[in-house]
Design a binder for this molecule. Structure first.
Ligand code: GUN
Length: 287
């Protein structure tokens, strides 16, 4: 029987804890506050930022969305990020990606100071992840952190396992490979130029897809010898504009031991991790 790796029980259980932590902060005169800088009208980004704001409101945090026009100049964009991230009332700050084409080459890595970089993209946070620093001392990128939380919740041990990740983005694939390596997994990081992707996938104990290609992962990625755990990080829209993952769920569900669906799998855990990072950032102000 294939196990469904659903995020709802994790989010529901975590919300209780998030509310408690926000309440303690409130008693210390502090309301956790997230600021999101959003340039342009990318539909997915508008949805993500709205969901982040709604989630913040669920546990007693404030979320400001600083909406800039698609045509905002590089200079004005940088000014907005600097002003927002320097605001002492803002505990966590992020730039919603992707950015409009003309802003993509801006030097952004250190613009948001590391102690407010709840995305975990600042070089200091990245380096802390690389050297396996204690979790409370830095911010871990949200989607990789959510995936680790999902595996832990369902008692899926990664130590000594062969984890195959498909997709090498800076937001998911690369930091996830590091995080899993720190947890003693043996990681193969695959991408669009990997040759013989399917035979690598056949050897996976855990297969994680973050390639951003609707239903790419079909029966051919699985052999009869192994029933891996599958984590689907994809948020894609098919030709009927229906939300779907990277994995062809119906085609593979009987070939795997456990699988996270889309929707209802990894997506909400990214927002949960962001909330946890926000509270960590806010709590650092009262310690
Ligand atoms: N766009 C899609 N995922 C993310 C994320 O985790 N952080 C930011 N800043 N933008 C995103």
């Amino acid at each position: 029987m294939t196990e469904l790796l659903l995020s709802k029980p994790i989010v529901d259980a975590s919300l209780v804890n998030l509310r408690k932590r926000a309440e303690i902060l409130k008693n210390n005169g502090l309301i956790p506050r997230l600021a999101i800088i959003l340039a342009g009208q990318n539909q997915a980004s508008l949805t993500y930022t709205r969901n982040k704001k709604l989630f913040c409101e669920k546990f007693g945090a404030i979320c400001d969305i600083i909406q800039l026009p698609e045509t905002v100049s590089g200079g004005s964009f940088l000014d907005a990020v600097r002003t927002t991230s320097r605001d002492p009332l803002v505990h966590g700050c992020l730039i919603q990606l992707p950015l409009p084409e003309h802003l993509k080459d801006l030097e952004l890595d250190t613009l948001i100071p590391a102690h407010k970089d709840i995305d975990g993209f600042h070089p200091l946070n990245m380096h802390a992840l690389m050297r396996d620093a204690p979790a409370s001392t830095y911010f871990c990128p949200c989607t990789p952190k959510g995936i680790l939380g999902l595996l832990e919740f369902y008692n899926i041990n990664v130590s000594g396992k062969h984890v195959v990740i498909i997709g090498r983005s800076s937001i998911v694939g690369k930091p996830l490979a590091m995080l899993l390596t720190n947890k003693n997994a043996t990681v193969t990081l695959c991408h669009s130029k990997t040759s013989d992707l399917r035979s690598i996938a056949h050897g996976a104990d855990i297969l994680i897809s973050a390639i951003g290609h609707a239903r790419l992962i079909d029966q051919s990625f699985f052999s009869t010898k192994k029933q891996p755990v599958v984590v689907d990080v994809g948020t894609n829209f098919d030709s009927d504009n229906k939300l779907c993952g990277d994995v062809d769920f119906d085609a593979v569900r009987d070939l795997v031991s456990a699988i996270s669906p889309v929707p209802g799998g990894v997506g909400p855990l990214t927002i949960l991790s962001l909330a946890q990072n926000l509270l960590q950032a806010a709590e650092n102000n009262v310690k």
